[in-house]
Design a protein around this ligand. Structure first.
Ligand code: AMP
Length: 394
């Protein structure tokens, strides 16, 4: 990576402020239902602790409180869980800046401090210079390990770097290394699988990766706009009418560049989305009144064939409505197939694709599962992420 990491900077005796992504799901009793984001930060935190710093000050957002204190979005349950996982007493504070916070940090003998939800202050998402300065004033070194927020120029990801030496944590380093290699120098053949609801979300990614890719596999809700562009009947399936010309242009461009585009060719369809028991499989076109919700068996086999040539696979977006078991077969089949491949680098975009891979218990078979939905998408689009760009160059 072209950026400095925690290994490139002296931390002994230093106050180290770390931006982490502790945006975990909570149930109505404010219990954490999935602590993977906290676990994902542990290697960086354990490494910093080993260097014997004066303090580790952690900061994160949780949910979208939009500049107000929302009791249900406090980081208190996170502080508890973090303490258990780290085996350290964590000092959890009720705010993230101000004299009381500063005094509490100075007087406490605890090594690990967790600040309150950054987004209780609207200045965070506004990248407010004074708020950035206040955060920075508590520390000597800044570490960013929150890849999932790195595509946002916020006070805790961008503004703060104006005041402190700024380096990457291991999680952020891993993300940038794997995604960076896929974007810049993928081992060929390079196959990209796209799904999810919207074509419009994936156009920039396709444009950026067309020159690098050997094949694109397209399924999910977005495929129907492509099929419509080819003149096929898609019934009541998802369609972005205004993106038909774009889809057409992508197909033409890929053809001219010699890049294969494999579209799903058969479909699981339903008349009533809420009555999966009425589903059937159709090939080629979708009859009026029916809606495509998953890829069919012929598409699965065809996609498997395209994947069998790949050395690098990037997957972004589920191939059907995987949240509903009756519509999840195609996504499950492809997830299991990729997880079983040997000698292949498999990179799973964050968000829904990561959730699908978790749902089907095939996480261990993937090379890298991104922790950032929006951030991994922007990275694959070739955009520079502000939270990464702002770190010290190596
Ligand atoms: P995205 O956020 O664009 O990645 O879209 C993810 C969502 O697309 C998931 O919630 C899926 O349920 C949904 N999806 C995938 N395939 C289809 C489909 N054929 N029809 C409708 N929605 C779909």
């Amino acid at each position: 990576m072209k950026k400095q990491t925690v290994k490139d900077i002296a931390l002994q005796g230093k106050k180290v402020i770390v931006r982490v992504d502790f945006n975990v799901p909570l149930d109505k009793d404010l219990k954490i239902t999935d602590d993977r984001r906290i676990r994902a930060a542990l290697p960086t935190l354990q490494y910093i602790l080993k260097q014997n710093p004066a303090k580790i000050i952690l900061m994160s957002h949780l949910g979208r409180p939009k500049g107000e204190v929302i009791e249900a979005m406090r980081l208190t349950p996170v502080g508890q869980r973090l303490g258990e996982l780290l085996g350290e007493d964590v000092l959890k504070l009720d705010d993230c800046v101000g004299p009381e916070v500063e005094a509490a940090i100075k007087t406490s003998d605890r090594k690990v401090v967790l600040l309150e939800n950054l987004r209780f202050h609207k200045e965070e998402t506004k990248n407010d210079p004074e708020f950035s300065r206040q955060l920075a004033s508590m520390a000597d070194v800044y570490v960013n390990d929150a890849f999932g927020s790195a595509h946002r120029a916020h006070a805790s990801t961008a503004g703060i770097t104006a005041h402190l030496p700024a380096v990457a944590g291991f999680l952020l380093e891993k993300e940038v290394t794997y995604l960076g290699k896929a974007v810049q120098n993928p081992e060929k053949p390079f196959v990209i699988i796209l799904g999810g609801a919207k074509v419009s979300d994936k156009i920039a990614l396709i444009e950026n990766l067309l020159p690098k890719a050997d094949a694109f596999i397209i399924g999910g809700g977005m495929v129907y706009t492509f099929l419509k562009a080819l003149g096929k009947n898609i019934g009541n399936s998802l369609l972005e009418e205004d993106k038909i010309p774009t889809a057409r242009a992508v197909l033409d461009k890929a053809k001219a560049m010699g890049v294969e585009i494999a579209l799903s060719s058969d479909f699981v369809v339903v008349e009533d989305f809420d009555k999966p028991e009425g589903r059937k499989t159709v090939s080629g076109e979708i009859p009026d009144g029916w809606q495509g919700v998953d890829i069919g068996p012929e598409s699965r086999r065809n996609f498997k064939g395209v994947l069998s040539k790949a050395k690098t696979i990037v997957w972004n977006g589920p191939l059907g409505v995987f949240e509903i078991d009756a519509y999840a077969e195609g996504t499950k089949y492809i997830a299991e197939h990729i997880a079983g491949l040997k000698g292949v680098t498999s990179i799973i975009g964050g968000g829904d694709s990561a959730a699908a891979v978790a749902k089907f218990n095939v996480e261990a078979g993937m090379t890298h599962i991104s922790t950032g939905g929006g951030a991994s998408l922007e990275f694959l689009e070739g955009k520079e992420l502000p939270g990464v760009a702002a770190l010290n160059n190596a």
